[in-house]
Design a protein around this ligand. Structure first.
Ligand SMILES: Nc1ncnc2c1ncn2[C@@H]1O[C@H](COP(=O)(O)OP(=O)(O)OP(=O)(O)O)[C@@H](O)[C@H]1O
Ligand SMILES: [Mg+2]
Length: 350
């Protein structure tokens, strides 16, 4: 599988805040590509999704056709980019990588599409940030393998149609709700990635520890798994922090106690909440008496970006049942209030 990155796919540093939880893949260079599974069999968890993909891939291959366009959505760090590459590799296809914000004009997309070879995969990360003007070009490309380009203006105006080679578009997004419905409906396969179970995260950690030659006791890795917010990227990042701590403090021995100490130092508590999560919960409790409070007001009080809170912080707190989202805003649940009381009492390190 060849991967070519010919349009900057990185997030724009000027318009995005630093992501919390160390979720920026850019901060994780030694773990990013080295730990990425390349085949479906190595991709841990997401069993139903893998099964559906296996069937779609086998069927497409047996017809010698490209896979139907695929949309992957779910919170950051769950493996959307990884899966896009795995799918391409299973199809024996080359991947061209770009992103919604990098495609600023229709011509950027036209360039990207016309450079595809037959059966290539075009991966568009952050597809919810695709400008409206660019989307217009994508509809006929996805449906009819053609793009209509307007040339000249006024009385000389005419449309030139360019025919494309068969391709698969894979879109990834953390915000499926922001995708226009015409765009969403043009994907033949749409899959949501779910948070991973601790057992699956343990498998991911065992695999990563093996690849990085880290020797750790199984119950130590279990503790890392429980603090990883259901997210492989966080699991791998915490593993790296624990490895550093062990190297400096315990002569390389990674036991359950090492994990507790290393992650306490990182501000990660026993259920994986970190500083921004605790500030989110305590702000609702102290400033808004437990809620309800609107996202914008909460973000302003915390001095954080509302989109970051919605994308990165809230999904896990909602899933853990610490916060509820109602029509009137965000509210602490009973568990959320109990958690805040523990935080305030300084009892979170157990
Ligand atoms: N199912 C999996 N099995 C093993 N490792 C995984 C799995 N999913 C993700 N990973 C690991 O987690 C890291 C993060 O995954 P990835 O970059 O694909 O997430 P993402 O969903 O694209 O995140 P973002 O929304 O921030 O772009 C990868 O480098 C990979 O090592
Ligand atoms: Mg990604």
């Amino acid at each position: 599988m060849a991967t070519e990155r010919w349009v900057s796919a990185t997030k724009q540093p000027t318009d995005l805040p630093d992501p919390p939880h160390g979720l920026d893949p850019g901060t994780d260079p030694s773990l990013g590509n080295a730990l990425r599974p390349t085949r479906l069999d190595e991709y841990i968890g997401q069993a139903e999704l893998k099964e559906r993909l296996r069937i779609a891939i086998e069927a497409a291959k047996s017809r010698s056709e490209p896979l139907d366009h695929l949309l992957l959505h779910g919170p950051p760090g769950l493996g959307k980019t990884t899966l896009a590459h795995v799918v391409a590799s299973e199809m024996g296809a080359s991947v061209k990588v770009t992103s919604g914000p990098a495609l600023t004009k229709g011509t950027d997309l036209v360039g990207a599409l016309t450079r595809l070879e037959a059966n290539d995969v075009l991966f568009i990360d952050e597809i919810h940030r695709l400008p409206v003007a660019v989307e217009e070009f994508i509809y006929p490309a996805m449906e009819d393998l053609r793009i209509d380009i307007a040339v000249d203006a006024g009385v000389h105006a005419r449309t030139v149609t360019v025919t494309l080679k068969p391709f698969t578009l894979i879109g990834a997004t953390t915000r499926a709700g922001l995708l226009s419905s015409p765009l969403r409906s043009r994907f033949g396969l749409t899959h949501n990635l779910n948070y991973y179970e601790p057992g699956e995260l343990l498998d991911i950690l065992c695999r990563s520890a093996g690849l990085l030659s880290i020797s750790a006791e199984r119950d130590a890795l279990e503790r890392v798994a429980l603090r990883s917010r259901g997210t492989p990227r966080i699991a791998n990042r915490l593993l790296r922090r624990v490895r550093d701590y062990a190297q400096v403090r315990t002569g390389g021995v990674i036991s359950a106690t090492t994990v507790d100490e290393a992650l306490a130092l990182e501000g990660v508590d026993e259920i994986g909440l970190d500083e921004i999560d605790r500030r989110y919960l305590t702000t609702i409790h102290k400033t808004y008496q437990g809620g309800p409070v609107g996202l914008e007001a909460l973000a302003a009080t915390m001095g954080e970006d509302a989109g970051t809170l919605a994308d990165v912080v809230e999904p896990f707190l909602l899933q853990r049942g610490l916060v509820a989202r109602t029509t009137r805003g965000r509210e602490l649940t009973k568990d959320g209030t109990d958690r805040v009381r523990k935080v305030i009492a300084g009892e979170v390190w157990t």
